[in-house]
Write a protein that binds this ligand. Structure first.
Ligand code: FAD
Ligand code: SF4
Length: 567
């Protein structure tokens, strides 16, 4: 029998990158908020600049709930399952995956909100790929701009603006939409290598700029600037210069006295009454079941768990899962296709320090920033070259056909070239398609006996054509910079991803979307859903800033419309 707890105004499931942001405007507005978080609290004392521990043995993910619920994957309904990953890319803690993420902080470009109408206007509607379920967002970039701005300042972002109120500054990204003001901090510093790459891009007539990062380039709100020490990739920051929610919005929300977090609370289901209104959340902690009643439930457990929790929350009102009477939960799923390119240079690049978010970007070949009239795809990718390098991954370098993969010749090759190669993973447009979706696995379960999430998805023609196109552009850039060899990796398929989207898409039409333009369920008025699961397009850039801006917007809407939402 679940122990019933006192009622709260709002309960947030998952205190990660987006749940940890939504708590702040709610707590500041005076609502009593409880965050239920499956993980524990980690602090800078728990982190170590240790590639073996972080990147090979997968700490802290290796000891996590997430690893016991890794989604299964198959390319299509008629293909066998892909081998199941042993380590989930995401993690559990009061901070979520913003603890060990890289911290790149991209806004979407204006086109990303209007893929359907802008494609139709410029090239004709026949250019939307067959089978794609892509829709325009219910609003444009201008609606999200103030939330982007607020999150950038509350969390702390380093960067250079390329468009302030319509005035273009070629020091930043000239393709970005208008923003109201500069970033709170200047960009992370460049290195000899990134400056050399920027120069090569300019030689090609492209605009190079420093990518924005949630890493302090100088002291910010009492936390120091980055030490550029080189173990930022899958590691927490031991000096708190990487701006996760654990060092920014979560402590600010707790300081109000209105936000409390229950750790190691594993939410199993969201409960509803006979009218189909959410009544609260059932969770397990230390073997005991609890029921946390709340006037409003916000689900923020990352896309796979958002979808799984809804599908597991069956009731008389929702026999196929919560908010799923239109059959839309799990639909319109997609993840970023990353097109990888590696290059070999004839000199040492001095990349033994720095952060993966410290790099140089080119946006010419993303979105609709170039003319697609004579091309057979829509969308594109952002070229980004980071500067970090670590010993184990350096030794795992491609040998570019110049040496065998083992033995003394291999060792001699690595010794000479470990600091002479650069790799990049190009983020590019992926669209949602009719036959790419998430559901519950019919046979694979977690230790509690609940089915894990199943991904049925693969990249389509449009994504493969973009990959080939942007890889060629990256080869052109590396070659202009003096690379003597380049190699392009194949695209692979759409297994569990750190950049996953859809499954609870946002839109005005309840027939094709789970949540409305404010992030609240079309079917359950007091259930809000946070995270990239509400995003209908990805653009060609990392999701977290956009997901956090949307979460802030949903929370602010809730605070302003509390009476209507709680009924
Ligand atoms: C190595 C790596 C690098 C990345 N780099 C970048 C980058 O440079 N830029 C970028 O924008 N994005 C990056 N990402 C992606 C980024 O981490 C995610 O976009 C972001 O963390 C998603 O936020 P979220 O709140 O939806 O999920 P999370 O941050 O993962 O938070 C979800 C929270 O929900 C909790 N939870 C889950 N299930 C339950 C349950 N049943 N009960 C209670 N709590 C639960 C989890 O414990 C977790 O704390 C990276 C990710 C990885 C892994
Ligand atoms: S590179 Fe900078 S932000 Fe990253 S862990 Fe080191 S000090 Fe922290």
């Amino acid at each position: 029998m679940a122990q019933r707890l006192p009622t709260s105004n709002v309960v947030i499931i998952g205190v990660g990158a987006v749940g940890g942001v939504a708590a702040l405007p709610l707590a500041r507005a005076g609502l009593q908020v409880i965050g239920l978080e499956a993980g524990t609290r980690l602090t800078s004392r728990d982190f170590a600049p240790d590639e073996l521990r972080n990147n090979v043995r997968g700490w802290p993910q290796a000891v996590q709930k997430a690893n016991r619920e890794v989604p299964t994957h198959r390319r299509s309904e008629s293909t066998p399952y892909s081998p199941r990953q042993s380590i989930h890319p995401m993690m559990n803690a009061v901070v979520g995956t913003s603890l060990h993420y890289h911290g790149q902080r991209w806004r979407l470009n204006p086109w990303d909100f209007k893929v359907v109408s802008e494609t139709a206007r410029r090239y004709g509607s026949s250019r939307i790929p067959a089978g794609s379920t892509v829709e325009d967002w219910p609003f444009g970039l201008e609606e999200l701009e103030s939330y982007y701005d607020q999150v950038e300042y509350e969390v702390g972002v380093s960067g250079k603006a390329g468009n302030i109120g319509g005035t273009i500054d070629s020091g930043g990204n000239i393709f970005e939409g208008p923003r109201r003001r500069e970033y709170p901090m200047p960009p992370l510093r460049g290195t000899g290598f990134t400056e050399h790459m920027a120069e090569a891009a300019r030689g090609l007539g492209w605009h190079a700029f420093a990518g924005p990062a949630a890493i302090n380039s100088q002291p910010y709100e009492g936390r120091p600037g980055c030490a550029y020490h080189g173990f930022c990739n899958r590691g927490g920051c031991h000096v708190d210069a990487k701006n996760s929610t654990a060092v920014s919005t979560i402590p600010k929300a707790q300081e109000t006295g209105n936000f409390s977090v229950v750790t190691q609370a594993h939410v199993t289901t969201i409960e509803v009454d006979d009218e189909g209104r959410a009544t609260g959340v059932t969770y397990l902690k230390d073997g005991q079941e609890y029921f946390q009643p709340a006037a409003v439930v916000l689900l923020a457990s990352y896309i796979y768990e958002n979808v799984r929790t809804l599908l597991l929350s069956k009731s008389r009102a929702f026999p196929n899962g919560l908010s799923n009477n239109h059959g839309q939960v799990g639909r319109h799923y997609f993840s970023h296709a990353r097109a990888r390119v590696a290059a070999l240079f004839p000199w040492n690049l001095n990349k033994w320090y720095g952060a993966p978010a410290q790099g140089v970007a080119v946006d010419e070949w993303a979105d609709d920033n170039f003319d697609h009239s004579d091309l057979d795809f829509i969308g594109g990718g952002i070229l980004f070259v980071p500067t970090e390098r670590r010993p184990i991954s350096a030794a795992q370098m491609n040998t570019f056909g110049r040496a065998p993969r083992w033995g003394s010749s291999w060792k001699a090759f690595i010794k000479e070239n470990a600091d002479r190669w650069a790799g990049t993973s190009i983020q590019k447009t992926t669209l949602p398609y009719e036959d790419n979706y998430l559901d519950l696995d019919p046979t694979v379960t977690d230790p509690l006996g609940f089915p894990v999430c199943r991904i049925t998805a693969d990249f389509k023609d449009n994504e493969r054509k973009i990959a080939a196109f942007v890889q060629d552009k990256m080869v052109e850039w590396f070659t202009a910079a003096g690379a003597i060899e380049t190699v392009k990796a194949s695209l692979g398929t759409m297994g569990p991803s750190t950049h996953a989207y859809g499954g609870t898409r946002m839109g005005d039409d309840p027939e094709t979307n789970v949540v409305d333009r404010w992030g609240f369920s079309h079917e359950v008025g007091n259930l809000g859903i946070l995270g990239a699961s509400v995003m209908g397009t990805s653009g060609a850039r990392n999701p977290t800033l956009t997901a956090q801006a949307l979460a802030w917007r949903t929370a602010e809407y809730l605070a302003a419309n509390r009476g209507t939402i709680t009924g």
